[in-house]
Write a protein that binds this ligand. Structure first.
Ligand SMILES: Cc1ncc(COP(=O)(O)O)c(C=O)c1O
Length: 344
């Protein structure tokens, strides 16, 4: 159940994969440690991804793996992280991680960050002397905004915090530092009794939630803010756009005014963690009839059927784990037995 005071975990974290991929090898969860003087802890120098692996009748399948890993590479490029990992290597590593766990569904978290060279430590803001470290972990994550949110919708507010400006912190990069802004938005929302906050951009137009893109339905048209509204180019957002096109629903990228949120027929969030979550009120003003609307439900249904492998996707969106080769990615993968373990 969703915690309104913000003092509890958003969702239960029942199981984790007890191996982690690190720089080409599999290591134990307990061995995945960093030094407290690592650059990333002081200056926020990380970039990461969040990817879902769904349970399907043909076994676990990772949703839009290549697109997520391409975004990771883009984030690394923006932050001049000069690494040697290729798209194929990162995808193969994720597949092998899921194969080594015994989970049929999970959330996959790749992260690349500036660490510490203990033999030649560097402590300044300049990130270049600090070595890069790359890890991929996985755990079983439930419904991000609460179990009932997918059907009932969530109550949200417009945040007093603005989203990052394009020439300060690029929202296009999924960097750890951007999530300081997200945390301000999220904490304010939770402490005021809302599930989530919607941030405006620096011009006052709707941007996105602390960890989700947003869609607005007006009549039979679906609108979403453009990338110029300081949003993360969401993979789920892209999926929603393509699903709408397949369903014959008109979808447009448009700058959206705050007031349009209050008079929308339907609103919903999209994101890997949140999936497609209806919004039932904004600042205590009911959205439409105050629940999940029919257009949202239609898009949601198609999305969940696709992620379960029960409906053809508009592209090659599912990487079926059981169909991929194991340990064939050129890494000296450590021979560690993997299993999922329970965390309380
Ligand atoms: C700030 C923000 N916007 C949007 C999204 C949705 O992106 P995606 O659909 O790729 O998960 C996320 C989640 O990663 C996010 O953190």
């Amino acid at each position: 159940m969703f915690s309104k005071d913000g003092k509890h975990k958003d969702v239960k974290t029942p199981r984790i994969c007890d191996v982690i991929w690190h720089n080409g090898e599999f290591i134990r969860w307990n061995d995945a440690r960093v030094h407290v003087m690592s650059h990333v802890l002081h200056y926020g120098s990380s970039i990461f991804e969040g990817i879902r692996c769904y349970s399907t009748k043909q076994g676990p399948a990772i949703f839009r793996l290549r697109e997520h890993m391409q975004r990771l590479l883009n984030s690394a490029k923006i932050y001049r992280m000069d690494h040697s990992w290729t798209l194929d290597q990162l995808c193969d590593a994720s597949v092998e991680l899921v194969q080594r766990s015994d989970m049929d569904q999970c959330y996959i978290r790749p992260i690349l960050f500036r660490s510490l060279d203990e033999a030649h430590p560097a402590f300044g803001v300049n990130p270049f002397p600090n070595p890069l470290a790359c890890y991929i972990g996985a755990w079983d994550w439930g419904k991000y905004l609460g179990d009932e949110a997918i059907e009932q919708g969530v109550d949200v507010c417009v945040s007093t915090w603005n989203r990052l400006t394009p020439n300060s912190m690029p929202a296009m990069a999924k960097s750890g530092a951007n999530y300081m802004n997200s945390q301000l938005i999220k904490m304010e929302a939770l402490l005021n009794g809302f599930a989530e906050g919607i941030a405006l951009d620096d011009r006052g137009y709707v941007s996105e939630g602390s960890g989700e893109n947003i869609f607005l339905v007006t009549g039979d048209i679906v609108l979403t803010p453009p990338l110029s509204s300081s949003i993360l180019p969401g993979i789920t957002r892209d999926s929603v756009i393509l699903i709408c096109q397949e369903l014959g629903i008109t979808v447009k990228e448009r700058t959206i005014q705050r007031a349009a949120l209050y008079v929308a027929d339907e609103l919903f969030f999209s994101g890997t963690a949140a999936e497609i979550t209806p919004i039932r009120s904004v600042d205590r003003i009911p959205v439409g009839l105050g629940g999940r609307g029919p257009v949202t439900q239609k898009i949601q249904k198609a999305f969940f059927e696709i992620t379960k492998g029960e409906r053809p996707a508009p592209g090659n969106w599912l990487t079926y784990i059981n169909e991929q080769k194991t340990s064939n990615n050129g890494f000296a993968g450590a021979a560690i037995e993997a299993a999922a373990t329970t965390v309380n």
